[in-house]
Design a binder for this molecule. Structure first.
Ligand code: E4P
Length: 222
């Protein structure tokens, strides 16, 4: 399963990229707004740091505006995936951009039918938002299961399932069990996945035992 980071925060992107964990990035207008400053600088920097797919989202809601913005966003790099909302105009733009060779991520997917339609429009990625479904008392992971089951029946559909709106590490385990193609994670969730209390206790014990050994042999070195 590929891991994308769901952020426009450069510090987090550099931190996890240096660990070799990032296959790509997803952003959206809210994440850009959270960082403040000029989003153009952020987009230029992110597409330079990350070699994999970087989703940059349009803010127009009608077809021609989405096409213009999509083409402008693509100027940041060949790794840019244009993110469009799951609307009739979004799907029309998805179809046009995809047939021009520009990959598209259809975002704000909340049902299996929306995922199926976005795939038919030629999307490289569909982004089902599981945390926001959980928030309203619907099971987000079930949606991933359903989309996976449907896509499996139609192997000619090359669209990848990009699990979005991830809130905690259990979401990641569940998505991986289902065989989702990608999860996009807020930095805090990826950080939590790194740690386990037994890892910390184990390391502390190893180091304490090493110090005991060194007490009898002060010149010892690895
Ligand atoms: C997806 O690409 C979105 O950026 C994101 O996952 C939205 O998640 P949220 O529900 O935490 O805002």
């Amino acid at each position: 399963m590929k891991i994308f980071l769901d952020t426009a925060n450069l510090e987090s992107i550099k931190k996890f990229n240096d660990m070799g964990l990032l296959d790509g990035i997803t952003t959206n207008p809210s994440l850009m707004s959270k960082e403040g400053g000029n989003p153009k600088d952020a987009m230029a920097e992110i597409t330079k740091i990350i070699k994999g797919d970087v989703s940059l989202e349009v803010v127009s809601t009608e077809y021609s505006g989405m096409m213009e913005e999509g083409k402008r966003l693509r100027e940041y790099g060949d790794n840019v995936v244009v993110k469009v909302p799951m609307t009739p105009d979004g799907l029309k733009a998805c179809k046009s951009l995809s047939s021009e060779g520009i990959p598209v991520n259809v975002t704000l997917i909340f049902s299996p039918n929306q995922a199926l339609l976005a795939a038919k429009s030629g999307a490289r990625y569909v982004s089902p938002f599981i945390g926001r479904l959980d928030d309203i008392g619907q099971n987000g992971i079930n949606l991933i299961q359903e989309i996976k089951e449907i896509f499996k029946n139609y192997p000619h559909l090359k669209t990848q399932i990009l699990v979005a709106s991830v809130r905690h590490p259990i979401h990641v385990v569940d998505a991986a069990k289902i065989g989702a193609d990608v999860v996009t994670l807020p930095p805090a969730v990826l950080d939590k996945m790194l740690h386990h209390p037994l890892t910390k206790i184990g390391l502390d014990n190893f180091l304490a035992d090493w110090e005991k050994l060194k007490a009898g042999n002060p010149n010892i070195k690895i």
